[in-house]
Design a protein around this ligand. Sequence first.
Ligand code: NAG
Ligand code: NAG
Ligand code: NAG
Ligand code: NAG
Ligand code: NAG
Ligand code: NAG
Ligand code: NAG
Ligand code: NAG
Ligand code: NAG
Length: 764
Amino acid sequence: MDRRMRVIPALICFMFTLSPVLAFIPGIDGPVIAQEALEGGKTTLFCDSATDSPNDELMLLVWYKDNAPIYSYDARIASEWSSLSFNTSSRLKADLKNEPTALIVTNLRGDDQALYHCRVDFLLAPTRNIGVNLTVIVLPSQPFFLDEFGNKVERKIGPYHEGDTLVLSCLVIGGRPPPRISWYSGKDLVDASDGASDIPGVRENELYLPLTRHNAESLSCKASNTHLIPPVRASLQVELFLPAYNVTINCVRGLVEDALRAGKKAIVQCIAYGSYPPPEITWWLDHRHLTQHSNQSWDNVTRKAESYLEFTPAVNEHGATLACIATNTVMAPGRDSKADVIILNVTYSPIVELSKLGDGRLNEVVELDSLHLECEVKANPPVLSFTWYFNDVEIRPNRWWGNQVSSQTLLVEEVTRRHAGRYSCAARNNIGETRAESINITVFYPPECQDHGVTLVKETLKCNVKALPPPDTFFWHIQPADEDVQHLTTGSAILPLTQITGSLSRTLDTSCEAGNGIASQEKPCKKIFSFEQLRPPQPQQCDLAFEYEEFQMRCIPVENATYYEVSVWRMSTSNASLVLDRRGSMGYGMSQALAQGEGVPWLVRGPLGNLNVGDEAGASACNRYGCSSALLLRPTENLLHAAANPWWKFLLEKDVGISVGAVVLVAVFVLSTVLAIRLARRARSKPTPVIQVLQLDDVARDYLETIGDHKIHASRSLRSCSSGYSDGSAESAPTVDRRRKPRLWDWEPLPPDVTLTIHRESAV
Ligand SMILES: *[C@@H]1O[C@H](CO)[C@@H](O)[C@H](O)[C@H]1NC(C)=O
Ligand SMILES: *[C@@H]1O[C@H](CO)[C@@H](O)[C@H](O)[C@H]1NC(C)=O
Ligand SMILES: *[C@@H]1O[C@H](CO)[C@@H](O)[C@H](O)[C@H]1NC(C)=O
Ligand SMILES: *[C@@H]1O[C@H](CO)[C@@H](O)[C@H](O)[C@H]1NC(C)=O
Ligand SMILES: *[C@@H]1O[C@H](CO)[C@@H](O)[C@H](O)[C@H]1NC(C)=O
Ligand SMILES: *[C@@H]1O[C@H](CO)[C@@H](O)[C@H](O)[C@H]1NC(C)=O
Ligand SMILES: *[C@@H]1O[C@H](CO)[C@@H](O)[C@H](O)[C@H]1NC(C)=O
Ligand SMILES: *[C@@H]1O[C@H](CO)[C@@H](O)[C@H](O)[C@H]1NC(C)=O
Ligand SMILES: *[C@@H]1O[C@H](CO)[C@@H](O)[C@H](O)[C@H]1NC(C)=O
């Protein structure tokens, strides 16, 4: 068996080697392996030449290309052979040492594509056939691009706007088997519809692509006809105008607890992604364009634009919108921009203002009304607590202010005058405390009397009241003694006595009430006045004269007198006191008109009628407040004598002849004298009065005291004083009257009670 087994294959082998080869039928004669290789590359054809049993042995190995032998190896004689069509030394190489044995073909050419098979003859086993269907791949050319007009496009195309349709062909030349051409955007296949072009040997894929931000980013064309190597590929940049798609504002500095602080510098950043070409970033705060931002930066790879804004938020910018707008200037308005908007949260210490609620003016309140103050506040974050101040002292809860002193409002139910003053409130939040500007609260109250109510200043009554606001109307109720009440209204606190009718020489009952528009005065101010002090002073410079056949009282006028009174006093027959005999008024002297205006003293004079020994004449100055005490004068004996015995009267009583003789004598004498005087100088035509001069201060006072006390001895002393009267001579009278001005301030004031006594008598 062994021997036969060894002989038969040897025979077959021998016969095969010599006999013509039979065609290899794939599948029937043996398995076929499909194998690809690149043109110019190498490929290894494998053939399983191993024996099935250890006894067997390889006899012959032959490789065929399309049934034509190209290589053989005879193991019996260990000889190799290769076909001339293969350059054995360079392209065919066999490796018989390893199993499976290999035939390596290098430097592959297109015509190397064929059906190869190997035939292995064994000593014992039957012949084995294994086929290899070799495909030699011819790569296509690098892809290139043609636009819709047939122009070649390199590297870059555009610009386009988003949504435009890109029409572009990708072409390759050659390639076996025919390559597939595909368009890719990034890794995504966008078009695989390739086909043969009009040009022979060229294939193409025409792309119709509506452009978007994403598909235009990295567009490429790939051509492939083998999986042995990656596809050939060409890419193209599509320039596409795009607005920014993502704009964000971030605060990078100046945040305190996630909020901005008023007055504290903050830096915010705006980032805009995706715009091409670079956008223009603008900042807006509540529609106000801000320009204080940094230069904008731009990264052309990530398409990221950045801008920084530095600003200091203000209180009124709380709640404002801060917008960052990225605008692509090459694009049509409307689709060109993208914005981010943030609402500012600006925190600040409270802003406080104090106001008064309720009727009336801001800082006025009427006594007993309520006072309602409100602390108007604006704050972020909200106010935590309020504090109130009165005259800069913190108000604490007590009886006076109540308990509600730390709320937003301060309520005083019934205002008193003590509540008038400066009020302020303070509000505190997390950021700080602020105090409002204080307001002065004035408490109005109705008038009330003060400082003795009604007072008299010179010739004016004054109603002294205290009130807020100051009174604007005064109601007077005036009643002179024994007369009707007079109702007067004045706009100021004073009432001149001139406005009062009737006599003021006695008492005056006054009452005044003021009105200030708040409330009526509860109790009028009342007072009873008498006006002695307003009477004129006693005449001081007076004399007695006998003129025009009667006694005359002549005085230098005193200040403030409106009229003068003369009086004649006679010694009582029953007791030793002076009794008023008659009273009359004194008029101004003849020289009044002449004297007035020239500063020359002038005289008032009053007729006294006849005066006897012991009589006294009085002169007092008067006005509407009554008369002064009288200055009393007593005629001197000289004066009385001159008045009683005129020399010509005596002559009339004697014998007529003697009288006539005497008259003639005297007449001649007088005429000659008169002529002589007239020749010498201009003579006076007026008869020279007989005058006595007296100043009687002390005397008068003593006397008047006596009157008041009804004492007789006083009048006696008066009479003794009267004896000291100066001698009334024509020369001495004018010297006193005309040379000296009256010494008005030289006398002592009379005691009031005395004056009153006289006054009462004179008033009859
Ligand atoms: C075989 O190769 C040799 C040297 O490489 C070369 O000279 C010869 O021309 C080749 N023959 C064929 C048929 O290619
Ligand atoms: C060998 O491969 C080619 C394509 O490369 C094919 O057309 C042919 O049918 C194959 N032959 C066999 C026997 O498989
Ligand atoms: C915008 O960009 C930011 C940061 O890159 C990102 O967190 C956010 O989601 C983006 N928004 C949109 C709408 O793309
Ligand atoms: C603003 O910020 C403050 C402090 O962080 C915070 O208490 C408050 O709630 C914020 N206001 C708004 C409207 O966000
Ligand atoms: C902005 O740019 C201008 C000129 O381009 C330069 O002078 C200036 O310093 C820049 N400012 C900042 C804040 O970078
Ligand atoms: C970005 O700018 C740099 C320098 O300006 C330039 O070299 C580069 O080509 C640009 N890149 C793109 C994608 O435009
Ligand atoms: C409030 O009164 C004080 C003095 O009492 C005065 O200095 C201040 O100016 C007043 N303020 C106002 C607003 O009237
Ligand atoms: C005259 O009246 C005025 C005004 O009342 C007063 O000031 C003056 O003192 C009076 N003169 C005399 C001498 O009483
Ligand atoms: C003195 O007499 C008069 C009448 O002559 C009389 O009016 C007066 O009251 C008397 N005085 C005294 C103190 O008696």
